[in-house]
Structures are given as C-alpha cells and as structure tokens.
Design a protein. Sequence first.
Length: 207
Amino acid sequence: MDLAGQNFGKLTVLNDTRSRLNRKEWACECECGKKTWVATYRLNAGVTTSCGCRKKEAAKENCFKNSFKPTHGMAKTRIHKIWSGMIDRCESQYKDKQNYYDRGISVCERWKIFENFYDDMGEAPIGMSIDRIDVNGNYSPENCRWASAKTQQNNRTNTRYLNINGEKVPLMEFADKIGVKKSEAQYAYTFMKKIHSLGLKISVWEN
Ligand SMILES: [Zn+2]
C-alpha cells in the first residue's frame, strides 16, 4: 500500500519508508515543519495525526482542566489493558511479586508511557499476549514479542532442565529437592548458561 502524498491530520506522508521492529514506517512531515516516522497501521487507524505537537497542545489544555486524564482515548482498549497489566505485575505490591518484582523484573523507562509502548508493539494479534523472550529479562522493546499461550508455555521457567550426570532433571524440581529458592535457581541457571556459552568449566574454589 503506497501512502506517499496522502494526508493524515497534520501529517503529509513523504516518499520514504523504513522497517523498524518488523513494521513499515513512513517518513511524514507535520504542519509545524517537524519530520517524523510513523507506522502504516497508525496512519490508517488515525492514531497518529501529528508529529506529537497536537498531543502536547491537548495535554497542556487538559492540565488546566483536570490534571492527568488520558489523552489517547484508548483507556478501555485491549492493548491498554495489556499495558496496565504489565505495569501492575512489576509493582512491589503485586500479589505474585516473587515472580516479577522480587526477581528484579521491571518495565523499561520508555514503556512507562502508554503511547511509547503502543508505538513499539502495535496492536496485540488475536490470541496472543505479551511475552518476554528472556524470562529473566525486563519488559522492553528488545525483549518482548507477541506470542501464543503455547509459545509462552515453552518459554516458561518450569521447562528448563539441568544435566545432572547425564540425567535430564527439571530445574525447579531440583531446586525444590535441595532447598534452593526458585528465584535463586533461576539466577544460577542464567549464570551457568552464560559460563557454558563462553566455553568455560568452573567450580567453586574450596578454601
Ligand atoms: Zn507537528
């Protein structure tokens, strides 16, 4: 689909594209004179209609009216629920905080603002939810993708295995058996994998 020459709000699409996070983006010129890159779906859906200057104006107005009402108008959408769920999971008062906060898993600074998250991830495909590629990593553009429940299951920590004298033993089962905390076992696993990937054989120096 060629959008070059078309107008979307204050934006005029230029004849220049790039690919970012597997999505096509168009160079656009705003009425205010600023240039910006916008993903195809955002133009077509009418989500982005300026370089950001329009949002800033609206935010300024809203500040006077009633502090911080969301200006994106998406508070009840599925993508917004996914975003706020992600923010909640990483809070210290979350009910399963041992799986997130206690393991040091957080949302990157950029994604603490809904618009940035939406910019990077777009709409969630049907049947998919947000998945961290490295389960010990943070919620960030580099470490997240949309994935089905099945893919996520395969990526879960409980499907990690150890090789103990040639026997395939689930990591968590073993941790349980020797009385090591889940979170500690996970860190140790990541550490061991890193060491192996460097081709090193190490053990504890006994004093
Ligand atoms: Zn502008």
